[in-house]
Design a protein around this ligand. Sequence first.
Ligand SMILES: [Zn+2]
Length: 294
Amino acid sequence: MKTIIKDIAYLVAGGKTGQIQRNVDMLIEDGMITGIGRDLQNDQAMLLDASGMIVYPGLINTHHHFYQVLTRNIPEIQNLELFDWLLWLYQRWRHLTPRMLYDASMVAMGELVQFGCTTMVDHHYVFPKYQSGMLEAQFEAAEKLGVRLHACRGSMSLGESRGGLPPDDLVQNATEILEDSQRLIDAFHDPSINSFRQIILAPCSPFSVDAELMRHSAQLARDNSVLLHTHLAETEDEVQYCLDAFGRRPLLIWKIWDGLEMMFFLHMEYISMIRSWIYWPKLKREWLIAPFPI
Ligand SMILES: [Zn+2]
């Protein structure tokens, strides 16, 4: 399939230069840009008139929780700190179904599309018992909207009875998580350059995942050449939890969770305040940061 976007008033070409071109056409073949110039011609191409318009690269969202659109704007939890907020919401999230997640994903991705986002990373870690097909529902929604979805197969293995924060019925054991992760990689992960579907492994956080799962997730990601993602030092709650549970601040936990040498990209909610919560210089250079869109 070929398309020519004609008479683009301003083309933001992206790349390191951020170059802007004026009054040009763009040829797209099978989803790839193959030509930029004036008066491009192709008899088989569909024409789109972009005169008076700006064309720019699709934006990339690096961290989201689509399912949370279902429980936002609840007055009584607006001012809670993270742990209290989570404890209140776990009781609602335990009722999540694939159909709810499909609807939430349509809303969340639809909102992102409105602002020019075309590639999205969703960190989904709520897998209530007796439900299946969660990420399948998300990929179905993404396909309907025509966006690229990098779906994180999140996980929680450390329930309340073992010192974790989530209730026991919202966590899974390592075998369940790892087998499902491999199944999803086999079914959906497409590493090609024009991929619309990728799987990322994403153990949720130090207060909901044990060291064994973190190590095995890293190994599984390495074996399958997929990315690994997690939260780190989200709030002071987490820092205090880590000090109480492990005697170390969040970043230094990785030192006792050996073997995490592959690339993580980390989600830190309050990045501007992070210097006071972690030892910033100790961040590995190859780790990438995924700030949260507010
Ligand atoms: Zn998050």
